[in-house]
Design a protein around this ligand. Structure first.
Ligand code: SAH
Ligand code: SF4
Length: 345
């Protein structure tokens, strides 16, 4: 085991404390941050504006981790799926959705997921482990070497708020002026609805929030998202109302439409009532079918009627096309190589 500290796991404050602990100047942390995140330095010896003895010291006590994609699959629609193998052999996926000059990168926060949502392939493999801050950050660093990235969304594998310490650490690096320099308006964390952690996220960082609502009654939500039994709709929507968004942004409400379960006009009407006093924009995601469950995609008519009703009630609504479905890169289809690991177990 390499016992050296991975500097990509440290926020700027933590890196300053690390340097101070060695009797070094704290302000060197900013220089190191710039080398790591703006110049993509792979070694301390490249950091030529640091004194030689500091570089030597760091080489003995610290390291710079990185991820290189093991595979990149490119969809007919241009979506790119990156497979990353971690040091312990597990894998995660990240998905880049290119759009003219505003590509969005969807990153993973865990290997698998413990939340057990019935419709999600990642969830059927349960949780293997959470990612470190460095593993989260390194997905972004690796894809940025390949293509420019404008927006970051935590909508890949895993429940980011179940790995809050490392996700907050990663967010601080992603949005810091000396770090990856993403505007807080360009970063979105998505949650299945861990209410206490939503509050902590809002206290510790400023980022956009997306909530996977997916049902309009507790009865249906209890059934498809076990987290609802702990934090039912009322508590979840209260937490949305209290969430401190950056600027005057809106909460993104994700709603996976599943045939015959939550795709009726009555659901659309209930959704309007639930969200009536929450500044929100709605992402309708037609269920992407996969081998992990027997749910079906809604009909186009059901999608159109649902979408139209929300528009009529003056909501901002987008129906997400299932980009990257041909390479299993669409929402809820990510699983890394978990299936092969599971079959070996
Ligand atoms: N765990 C977080 C982040 C993952 S985001 C969360 O659940 O919000 C994954 C998004 O894809 C969620 O909005 C989820 O509701 C959606 N999703 C999961 N499985 C899906 C499927 N099979 N088809 C379409 N969307 C799905
Ligand atoms: Fe986990 Fe999100 Fe999938 Fe639910 S939808 S199992 S929380 S990744």
């Amino acid at each position: 085991m390499d016992s050296r500290v991975d500097v990509k796991n440290l926020t700027l404050d933590e890196l300053e404390a690390f340097l101070a602990g060695k009797g070094k100047e704290r302000y060197r942390a900013r220089q190191i941050f710039k080398w790591l995140y703006q110049k993509d330095a792979k070694s301390f010896s490249e950091m030529t504006d640091l004194a030689k003895d500091l570089r030597n010291d760091l080489e003995g006590t610290a390291r710079i981790s990185n991820l290189a994609p093991e595979a990149v699959e490119i969809s007919r629609d241009g979506t790119r799926k990156y497979l990353f193998r971690l040091d312990d052999g597990h894998t995660v996926e990240s998905v880049l959705i290119p759009e003219e000059d505003r590509s969005t990168l969807c990153i993973s926060s865990q290997v698998g997921c413990a939340m057990g949502c019935q419709f999600c392939l990642t969830g059927t493999f349960q949780l293997t482990r959470s990612l470190t801050a460095a593993e989260i950050i390194n997905q972004i660093c690796a894809v940025k070497r390949d293509v420019p990235v404008r927006n970051i969304v935590f909508m890949g594998m895993g429940e980011p708020l179940a790995n809050l310490d490392n996700v907050v650490r990663a967010l601080k690096i992603v949005t810091h002026d000396d770090g990856l320099q993403f505007s807080t308006r360009k970063v979105t964390v998505s949650t299945a609805g861990l209410v206490p952690e939503m509050e902590r996220l809002g206290r510790e960082v400023t980022v956009n929030l997306a909530v996977s609502l997916n049902a309009t009654t507790d009865e249906v939500r209890d059934r498809i998202m076990p987290v609802n039994r702990a934090y039912p709709l009322r508590a979840l929507l209260d937490a949305c109302r209290r969430y401190p968004l950056p600027g005057r942004r809106k909460i993104t409400i994700e709603y996976v439409m599943i045939r015959g379960l939550n795709d009726s006009l009555d659901d659309a009407k209930r959704l309007v009532r639930l969200l009536s006093d929450i500044p929100s924009k709605i992402n309708l995601i037609p269920f992407n079918e996969h081998g992990g469950c027997s749910f079906r995609s809604p009909t186009q008519d059901a999608i159109d009627a649902f979408h139209r009703h929300l528009l009529d009630k003056h909501f901002t609504v987008i129906t997400r096309s299932s980009r990257g479905a041909d390479i299993s890169a669409a929402c809820g289809q990510l699983k890394g190589k978990l299936d092969s690991l599971a079959s070996q177990a």
